[in-house]
Every structure is written in C-alpha cells, then in structure tokens.
Design a protein around this ligand. Sequence first.
Ligand SMILES: Nc1ncnc2c1ncn2[C@@H]1O[C@H](COP(=O)(O)OP(=O)(O)OP(=O)(O)O)[C@@H](O)[C@H]1O
Ligand SMILES: Nc1nc(=O)c2ncn([C@H]3C[C@H](O)[C@@H](CO)O3)c2[nH]1
Length: 214
Amino acid sequence: MLIVLAGTIGAGKSSLAKALGAHLGTEVFYEAVDHNPVLDLYYENPKKYAFLLQIYFLNKRFESIKMAYRRDNNVLDRSIFEDELFLKLNYKNGNVTKTELDIYKDLLGNMLEELEGMPKKRPDLLVFIDVSFETMLSRIEKRGRAFEQIKTQPGLREYYHQVYHEYPEWYEKYNVSPKIKIDGDQIDFVNNPSDLKNVLDQIDQQLKTLDLLH
Ligand SMILES: Nc1ncnc2c1ncn2[C@@H]1O[C@H](COP(=O)(O)OP(=O)(O)OP(=O)(O)O)[C@@H](O)[C@H]1O
Ligand SMILES: Nc1nc(=O)c2ncn([C@H]3C[C@H](O)[C@@H](CO)O3)c2[nH]1
C-alpha cells in the first residue's frame, strides 16, 4: 500500500512518516530538505529563487514517487498534490511570474499523466495532519532550521500564515484518494507512546475499512 502524509510546514509529517513506516514495516521516502541546495536561498530571496525551488521539489518528489509507486509498500512524506499550493502562493506574492506559473502547471500536468502509466497510479490513503497556526509556529521554532526562523526573519510570520490558511480548503478539495485527518495539536505522537498508538490505530482502522489491512 502507498500512504502519503500531508500538512503545513512543521505539522509533523516526517515524524509520523517515520513512525508509520516502522509500524507497517514499509520504506519511507522523506521530503528533500536536508541536502536541498535552493531552500535556504529561497528563504533569503524568494523573488529570485521561488521558481527554481518549485522545480527542484517537483523533480525530487517525482523521483520518490517513481520509486515508491513501483514498489509495494511505502510511506511518502508530503504529496505532489501540495506543491501547487506553494506555487500559487508564490505567484500571489509576486515571486513567480505568470509565464513561470503556466510552465510549471504544464510540467506538473505532464508528470501527473506519467503516473497514470505506472502500476500504482495514486496513493491508497492520504493522511492529513491538522495543526493550529500557533502549533505550526512553535514546531518550526522547536525544530530550529536557521533559515525558517521568525526571530531572525519576522516577515516569515505572514508567509507561514498564508501557507496555514491555504490548507483547510486544499484538504477539502483533495479527491485523488481516500483521506483521513489527524489532530496534530492535541495528539503528541512524537513524545507520548499512547498518543502514537492512538494515531496508528486511527490509520489502521481506515486501512481495514479500505480492505488494505487485515
Ligand atoms: N504531534 C506532535 N507533538 C509534538 N511535537 C511534534 C509533533 N509532531 C511533530 N513534532 C515536532 O515538531 C517538529 C516538526 O516536525 P516534522 O519535522 O515531523 O514536521 P514536518 O511536517 O515534516 O515539517 P516540514 O513540512 O517542514 O518538513 C519536530 O521538532 C517534531 O519533533
Ligand atoms: N516554496 C516552497 N514550495 C514547495 O513546493 C515546498 N515544499 C516544501 N517547501 C518548504 C517548506 C519548508 O520550509 C520545507 C520543508 O517542508 O520546505 C516548499 N516551499
């Protein structure tokens, strides 16, 4: 089965992907953040690097999907379907031009068409981690990636609020696969084993309903 994690920045996707991979005995494909040569440049100068970052992520995402869709059991940290959310925001903020927006959408459309030819065409389940804006900010701070910090770049607060604001509608509209929403605010699946069990039980239950787990 193929499970994808979705949610705003710092929602807990990588953390839950790791736990879910261990629980189901599946491989985890993490988002390309650690050795990303563009991400810190983007946070420094979004106007210059937004389009390049979108292309970088899209390419990496597609690479993971190609591997993950060919194998049987996988967990993907963030879905390709969220990339357009970031792109549109960058367009709205004047960081990508209309031509860049159109070229990107065309490329994304072509890539998604390619998936139609693969043995597995779409995820079996999307797990959306829902957190409040305050939690999002505190997790970003706690994780401590230097270029993401509001303390040194106060302007980022507004950008994070925009990203946060886009997600509820994005989730409501998402219809590529079955989906489930997890409360990442109240449930501390990172530090509290019984909370983690609670989340894994919710996901297992959904997988059973879909006849993917017995
Ligand atoms: N449910 C939770 N309870 C407490 N802490 C959490 C929870 N989920 C994540 N964290 C912590 O919040 C930080 C961000 O988590 P994580 O890296 O998993 O988020 P992410 O959604 O993958 O972020 P990004 O989109 O930026 O890659 C980490 O320090 C993690 O330990
Ligand atoms: N601009 C932009 N477009 C994307 O498609 C995208 N996907 C992820 N990210 C940023 C958010 C976190 O800082 C960090 C980890 O998720 O990477 C993105 N940023």
